[in-house]
Design a protein around this ligand. Structure first.
Ligand code: F6P
Length: 384
């Protein structure tokens, strides 16, 4: 069965933070493209850097065999953007023209990009420069607009919920407050779902700036009810209400936190939040909360930052199926010559949305989301 109006040769790359399911998605695109639609598939390595510097190799059926449950990405990845390529002197340079040259030199009819927000923004800019692109939504943060869910998220929730299960037993053994910090960038999806699945007593997400009074009251009440230990799940982007400063300054705080916390303009010194925040010096949401809890309530706290464990490892069956569905849907679009969309899940259906509706947008958790309502129903506090 030969391909008719559609693509004859495509490029595929993975860009941005890796996540479980990337290889399942590569396989989902390449297998039908090669065998059903006789489309040549060229793997672009190291993300968009590979497109700029032409790191590419032809993919054969054996290259995508046996990778369904493999973590990471066989193509490698990077966070680089063609229009902002880093130079040794710390400056950046726009090398979009090189990316377009590679696209033409390889004879690509379309570039398939597996990525999150940043990647879809780049894909959209390349589309505006005349390239045909298709995006596949991947991110453990699940913060991509246009799709109900991205692959990689379910695996990260699974890993984080298991970590909370482990913390639960040691919290109970030592009667401590265990604070666990989870990824998610500026969105709270990962912490919300893992917190709910793990039975966290308090869940702090960026979309609901937290109030230390509310947290302390909730922990004190738990104690009054004989619960002398608690689990607090904190999204890396969570901030105390007291220090919920304007966006620009918040970013400054975040950056400062990463490079030794220094005072950002607008960082007010009133109330515990700011003080607790300042006193920590590492700018981490988790240590801010833990320090304030132990300072205020005298409860013993311990902090776990789960970090990149949430990005590694084997994809869950859910993610393998989702990534494969996204991949095969993209292959069918390629065969029909349909481009410039992101594949998406809407309810139970896999469909496609115009890239313009996705690029540069971040999908945050609505404060009245059903998962938040469910968590409140079982007594979870959101620090508000
Ligand atoms: O976007 C995925 C993610 O893991 C975020 O949750 C986190 O903020 C960020 O990437 C970490 O980036 P890096 O791997 O570059 O440290």
């Amino acid at each position: 069965m030969g391909a008719v109006a559609g693509a004859r040769c495509i490029g595929i790359l993975t860009s941005g933070g890796d996540c479980p399911g990337l290889n399942a998605a590569i396989r989902g695109v390449a297998k039908p493209a090669l065998s059903d639609f006789h489309i040549e598939v060229i793997g672009i390595e190291k993300g968009f850097r590979g497109l700029v510097e032409n790191h590419s190799r032809v993919l054969h059926p054996h290259d995508v065999s046996g990778i369904l449950s493999l973590g990471g990405t066989i193509l490698g990845t990077s966070r680089e953007k063609p229009y902002k390529m880093p130079l040794p002197n710390g400056q950046t340079i726009d090398l979009t023209s090189r990316a377009i040259e590679t696209y033409n030199r390889l004879g690509l009819d379309c570039l398939v990009c597996l990525g999150g927000n940043g990647t879809h923004k780049v894909a959209y800019s390349l589309m505006q420069q005349g390239m045909n692109v298709i995006g596949l939504p991947k991110t453990i943060d699940n913060d991509l607009a246009g799709t109900d869910i991205a692959f990689g998220y379910d695996s990260a929730v699974n890993t984080a919920a298991q970590a909370i299960d482990r913390l639960y037993s040691t919290a109970e053994a030592h009667l401590r407050v265990m604070v666990i910090e989870l990824m998610g960038h500026k969105a709270g999806w990962l912490t919300l779902a893992a917190g709910l699945a793990g039975g966290a007593d308090i869940i702090l997400i960026p979309e609901i700036p937290y109030d230390l009074d509310s947290i302390c009251q909730h922990l004190t009440e738990r104690r009054r009810r004989g619960k002398w230990f608690s689990i607090v799940a904190v999204a890396e982007g969570a901030r105390p209400r007291q220090t919920a400063v304007p966006e620009g300054a918040a970013v400054a705080v975040e950056k400062a936190g990463k490079k030794k916390h220094k005072k950002a303009k607008g960082d007010r010194k009133d109330g515990d939040g700011a003080a607790a925040f300042d006193a920590l010096g590492d700018g981490r949401a988790s240590s801010a909360a833990a320090k304030a809890i132990s300072k205020r309530l005298g409860m013993e706290t311990r902090v776990t930052v789960l970090g990149h464990l949430q990005r590694g490892g084997v994809p869950t069956p859910f993610d393998r199926i989702l990534a494969t569905r996204f991949g095969t849907h993209a292959a069918e679009m390629l065969a029909r010559g349909e481009y410039n969309c992101m594949v998406a899940l809407k309810g139970a259906d896999v469909t496609a949305v115009p890239l313009a509706e996705v690029a540069g947008k971040t999908r945050l958790v609505p404060p009245d989301h059903p998962l938040i309502r469910t968590a409140r129903r079982v007594g979870t506090n959101f620090g508000d």
